[in-house]
Design a protein. Structure first.
Length: 304
């Protein structure tokens, strides 16, 4: 079994007496990154487990060691299919690379839904945010608070993921539509340390920058650190995405400017509910949208 599977999944393989019927009561949330150190994924996990308790089903959570580790997630999926689990709510690290194994799960009679990141497989429902609309909301806030003609930058996530692409596209379209100049678009791979390093590089080449959109809060918080070190934080608007507790605290401290709230707990919870519904023969909508909200100092306490 792939070494990155969580212990709870490993127990399946170790329990030789475990029957297929018992496993068939187990639903899996396959996240694209670990919950430890990432409040967003921690909330997705918590929502899935809470829904499992509510419905009286077992929920197992797995994740690759990093969001860029596509092969680890593929191996996890293969293991889960072999175990005959009841259903998989999957946030794919790379929708194209995961498509064949998703088809294998469907062929094995295992229901699959996508959460957070839309996949490419036909007939598989998506549960998550309209990321392009959320990024456009962030862009509008920047446009309303930064002088037209100013230079701005975008910290991208992984563009191979639909989430990363949609947020980058929505932000860029919105920023350019109001007359701002996007002078830098670089990936920091959803990571806070990389967000800091990439922002340092951007600032070195663009010292007049007035705003930064981080495609997630981790990267935006890294940008805040870089701006603080450069004594530029009071000159640059920083907007993130996810509204995790660290971002809310930063906003209330007067550092990060704003963020876009998703409903990560609902993603996990709705994902498990959807799998149980599919197992009961119910039909799902193609897209279950969890919505977005602008978070500033006025409402950040709600997200701590």
């Amino acid at each position: 079994m792939n070494k990155w599977l969580y212990a709870s999944v490993a127990l399946f393989a170790m329990a030789g007496a475990t029957t297929l019927s018992a496993q068939a009561q187990t639903y899996v949330l396959g996240m694209k990154g670990p919950g430890a150190g990432n409040p967003f994924w921690a909330a997705v996990e918590a929502g899935a487990k809470a829904k499992g308790e509510e419905l009286g089903v077992e929920v197992v959570v797995v994740a690759p060691p990093a969001e860029s580790d596509v092969q680890a997630q593929i191996s996890q999926m293969e293991d889960l299919i072999a175990q005959g689990v009841a259903g998989i709510a999957l946030a794919p690290t790379d929708p194209n690379a995961l498509a064949p194994v998703v088809e294998a799960a469907k062929a094995a009679g295992i229901p699959v839904v996508f959460v957070d990141t839309r996949g490419i497989n036909e007939g598989v429902s998506f549960i998550g945010t309209d990321n392009e609309a959320g990024a456009a909301l962030a862009a509008k806030y920047i446009c309303d608070n930064v002088e037209a003609g100013s230079e701005v930058a975008i910290l991208q996530g992984l563009i191979s993921q639909s989430t990363g692409q949609a947020r980058a596209d929505g932000a860029k379209a919105g920023l350019e539509a109001c007359g701002l100049k996007v002078v830098a678009e670089q990936t920091a791979e959803w990571d806070r340390a990389k967000g800091l390093a990439v922002t340092e590089t951007i600032l070195a080449g663009n010292p007049n920058i007035k705003a930064i959109f981080g495609s997630n809060d981790n990267m935006a918080l890294g940008a805040v650190e870089a701006l603080k070190a450069a004594a530029m934080l009071d000159q640059v608007t920083v907007v993130g995405f996810d509204a995790n507790p660290d971002a809310a605290a930063s906003i209330l401290a007067g550092e990060m400017t704003a963020t876009i709230a998703q409903a990560p707990a609902n993603m996990g919870g709705y994902g498990i509910q959807a799998l149980v519904d599919l197992a009961a023969g119910k039909t799902l909508d193609a897209w279950i949208d969890t919505g977005t909200v602008l978070v500033t100092s006025e409402n950040a306490t709600e997200y701590q």
